[in-house]
Design a protein around this ligand. Structure first.
Ligand code: NAD
Length: 329
């Protein structure tokens, strides 16, 4: 498998490149208009070819493209890769707005190539532990999910074309909404609002499924001093899980649990090991390994496809519309 990485800036060069190598996706070429950085990384990682732009690449000599470009560049490059028949792993967000996502989905449907989106939180160690617990059958099913994801950026828009709210979605909101929807699919009737903060943006959203008696809540923003992450899941049995900063998974058991008579307090189900590397902890390595396995014929277990992100974009689009805001500046 010959793969190229398009975009070797902060995320592409410092995270995806080493994560791809550790996940068994050796890279044969780097593409970045920052030639000195691309050449330095290529020398450091013994990658034989460097190109300044995708136009210079003879796509017939590659099988796979990994893409980590600025938000406004990603959709066009994903389209280029898919038209060339390259299996594509494009970092989130694959498109800057809902319309762009629709166009990319249409294109992907006409292509034989696989297209997955880098949604690493789906693969974070703590999330996998939480999913394992939920799938064990011991605790019932998730009935209320709350994801909080507050970072320190963006405080300005990523480009003149994008609104600050769309930039917040591209950086943080897409992760938070996707994670909540993955843990509990099937809610509708999204309602939410922008919350007043002096720095950056903060956004709250809720969605329900009254028939099933389930609810999803998401809070994401860019007003924090440092990254804050929290996932709460309440189950049909009344158990409450809390994954704090992707580092510790706690269980507060249901009052009906036979063991609470002995000890009604909190159980720590998992704690991050100091030895766990960042690529695994944050999910980058396992996600790319799953992408590699998918290309080798395995089932697309939990990898995000473009169409999986439609309800994520639609939920945020509904919120923008209700607030009189838009994707563009
Ligand atoms: N999943 C995550 O946790 C995560 C984290 C950070 C960033 N990202 C995503 O990764 C992408 C890149 O982010 P970043 O922080 O690395 O940005 P960055 O600005 O540091 O890097 C972008 C790189 O793309 C290059 N570039 C821009 N336009 C190009 C073009 N037309 N042709 C060739 N090279 C071009 C630039 O020279 C730069 O090196 C973004 O879309 C972002 O959303 C994902």
């Amino acid at each position: 498998m010959r793969s190229l990485l398009i975009g070797v800036g902060s995320h592409g060069g410092d995270t995806l490149l080493p994560a791809a190598c550790s996940a068994g996706i050796p890279l044969s070429a780097l593409v970045d208009r920052d030639a000195p950085r691309a050449s330095q990384l290529a020398a450091q990682w013994m990658i034989p070819q460097v190109y300044a732009t995708a136009d210079q690449v003879d796509s017939s000599t590659f099988d796979t493209a990994l893409i980590a470009l600025p938000v406004t560049e990603q959709a066009a490059h994903a389209a280029w890769a898919l038209k060339a028949g390259l299996h594509t792993f494009v970092e989130k967000p694959p498109a800057p707005d809902l319309r762009g996502l629709h166009s990319l989905i249409e294109l992907a449907q006409q292509s034989d190539a696989v297209c997955c989106v880098g949604m690493n939180f789906r693969w974070a160690e703590g999330i996998r532990k939480l999913i394992e617990a939920l799938e064990s059958g011991t605790y019932g099913t998730a009935t209320c999910v709350r994801v909080e994801h507050v970072a320190r950026k963006p405080v300005t828009s990523f480009s003149a074309e994008l609104s600050l709210e769309a930039s917040l979605f591209a950086a943080q909101g897409i992760h938070a909404i996707d994670l909540a929807q993955m843990l509990m699919p099937g809610t509708t009737g999204t309602a939410g609002q922008m919350i007043s903060v002096d720095r950056g943006r903060l956004c709250a959203m809720g969605a329900t499924n009254p028939k099933a008696g389930t609810r999803l809540e998401v809070l994401f923003g860019s007003c924090a001093a440092a990254f804050y992450h929290s996932v709460h899941v309440t189950t049909s049995r009344g158990d409450m899980f809390h994954l704090r900063d992707l580092s510790e998974l706690q269980l507060r058991p249901s009052g009906g649990d036979p063991h609470v008579t002995e000890y009604p307090g909190v159980r720590v189900l998992w704690r991050r090991s100091p030895g766990s590397d960042g690529y695994t902890h944050a999910g980058y390595g396992p996600e790319l390994a799953a992408f590699r396995d998918l290309l080798n014929g395995e089932a697309p277990h939990r990898l995000a496809r473009l169409e999986d992100l439609l309800p994520v974009y639609e939920a945020f689009d509904a919120l923008l519309t209700s607030e009189g805001l838009g994707w563009t500046a």
